[in-house]
Design a binder for this molecule. Structure first.
Ligand SMILES: [Zn+2]
Length: 271
């Protein structure tokens, strides 16, 4: 025999390996990321509740970390997609090859026949497009994004966010700068005429009421006209979900008020 024969580097997928091949997939991190989402939300609340002069800076730092986590989320979504496409492409290429036999073994060894390489195919692949999932994290992204504006003025109008409780309309990554319109948002429930305690937003029309008010209004009715004049939508209690943006507005407004009182007291002291 002349020289040692080397085994071929790549061989077509063996039919008996099909099952293992199909089990190949990228780890899905979405459950872990969802837990992180929850923790980010809780941290945001804790920072706001502490309400010290650094609140805005702390929220910005947290927001940047959150952004990084979302990049990971996107990378994970892409990898999952990439592996799926890779498997299909590889299987197609591999199926074009003649199954290994004693007769063709030599031709695989000397390179006459070539089987595809999974690794090569992976490195040559284009990055697939992936978008962040809409549910779950969108509201957290938004809360971070709108925070500096609300911190400045909790009653300011954020047109892209406050018109509707349905958050699917706008992709928060599209607009870097939020358009602030004139006008102010009332932080008082139109039913109870008191500041919001548990603001709920209608997913049907985006109108906000305090829980106490809307529960009383709908008591004894399975559905009723939305209490906001001229709305005209028929609503049920099931249409209402917690309005995190309004809750944030109210929290910040409270902090502003306390600060005002504190400043007044200090001014009186110095007089
Ligand atoms: Zn309404």
């Amino acid at each position: 025999m002349s020289g040692a024969r080397t085994a071929p580097e790549f061989l077509p997928l063996h039919p008996q390996s099909n099952r293992q091949f199909h089990e190949l997939h990228a780890a899905d991190l979405s459950a872990d990321l969802q837990r992180c989402d929850k923790e980010f939300n809780e941290s945001l609340e804790q920072i706001i509740d502490c309400a010290d002069p650094n609140t805005n800076d702390l929220v910005q730092t947290l927001s940047k970390t959150y952004e990084r986590m979302n990049q990971e989320r996107l990378a994970n979504a892409k990898l999952i997609k990439k592996i799926d496409i890779l498997k299909k492409d590889y299987k197609l290429e591999s199926d074009k090859c003649e199954p290994i036999s004693l007769e063709n073994w030599d031709s695989y060894c000397n390179g006459e026949r070539r089987a595809p390489s999974l690794v090569d195919m992976f490195t040559k692949m284009k990055e697939p497009r992936a978008t962040l999932p809409q549910e779950g994290n969108t509201s957290t992204i938004k809360l971070f994004k709108i925070f500096p504006y609300l911190w400045e003025d909790p009653t300011c109008v954020l047109p892209d966010l406050t018109k509707s409780g349905n958050e699917k309309r706008s992709n928060p990554d599209d607009d870097d700068e939020l358009q602030i319109e004139g006008g102010t948002i009332e932080l008082v429930c139109p039913i109870t005429c008191k500041p919001y305690e548990n603001p709920l937003i209608s997913t049907k029309c985006g109108h906000v009421f305090d829980k106490e008010g809307i529960v009383n209004y709908l008591r004894g009715h399975s559905s009723r006209d939305c209490p906001q004049g001229a709305c005209g939508k028929i609503v049920t209690l099931r249409d209402f979900v917690p309005d995190k943006v309004m809750a944030l507005r109210c929290k910040i407004a409270k902090i502003h008020k306390q600060r005002e009182i504190h400043n007044k007291e200090e001014n009186l002291d110095t007089l």
